[in-house]
Design a protein around this ligand. Sequence first.
Ligand code: NAP
Length: 345
Amino acid sequence: MEVTNRYIVTKTHVDGAPEESHFELKTASLALTVEPGSNDVVVKNLYVSIDPYQLNRMKSYSSSQSAIYFSVSITPGEGIDAYGVARVVASGNSKFEKDDLVVGLIAWGEYSVVKEGNMLSKLDPMGFPLTYHVGILGFSGLAAYGGFFEVCQPKKGEKVFVSTASGSVGNLVGQYAKLFGCYVVGCAGSKKKVELLKEKLGFDEAFNYKDETDLKSTLKRYFPDGIDIYFDNVGSEMLEAAVANMNTFGRVAVCGVISEYTDGKRAAPDMLDVVYKRITIRGFLAADHMNVYSDFISTTSDHLRTGNMQALEDITPGVENIPSAFIGLFSGDNIGKKIVKIADE
Ligand code: NAP
């Protein structure tokens, strides 16, 4: 059987803020079968993840493109791979059967042909909505869990600051830190997000960074005794302000630097602060923390079942809406994990 597959491509490299004109919805016929002898797996995509790092893949150059397989450059006109949940339609790989649910690297489109079935795993939903496996129980969750517990090495009672705190990773860092017994302050880009952090997610404090004119004084106000841990999702001035307010032996986990993705800004933290306060600034990738994957899944699913953690999701339907969902990440449109629903389960 053949179908018409609709999928998203970039028309050119994207070297600034993404816009609708950079993207195109393409169509191509696709056979829902695999050739005899092939190990490929054809899947129908159900939910795809919308992530900021894809912008660095779309650039004509980014140092991240040569760092690891999933951050390689995206060629204009070609399909875009992305994390997501799908259902197997046809498989030449003995690990998968028709109708299996799978999670892994699929595509920003209606169907994906996954070469050799690489980067796919069978998915046991464990009684949770499938979207949880894209976000809170997927790589966003692992980034938050590994980044906070492994990189930050928290101690109970420490003071934690999280940026993009209502985003996919940030909201989970705040929730883990609160459950662990830390004092947590988050920043986000709107009044609505700030209220949600304090009222729904239990952050001790939160503020709208867009209302602030002097971030160093703002952080001094929220952390009169200094910051022990900064979970950085934005880079730039916020990183500089956080370093200026860090305590001795403070830790900065650099998860991402989204404010630097669109305009070439670069953070210039005071390096004498780093030296004399013996601050550790460490970048990391979620994929570095597969060693704690089973702890992450069991701890997080327990917290979800007991109601101690909440999944914050922002789901848009329709493959044609992938570009707007992606563009919206860079203007703060999303609250929680941004996902596009491609098809009914
Ligand atoms: P997200 O926070 O759900 O969405 C992006 C958010 O970033 C927006 O909602 C917006 O929130 C904020 N933002 C956008 N432009 C900004 C700017 N110029 N300055 C300040 N904030 C801005 O995205 P996410 O998936 O959780 O990713 C958060 C960060 O973690 C990104 O830097 C991403 O690259 C990184 N990340 C890293 C890993 C890893 O393995 N290291 C894994 C996942 C994500 P506001 O309304 O609050 O501005």
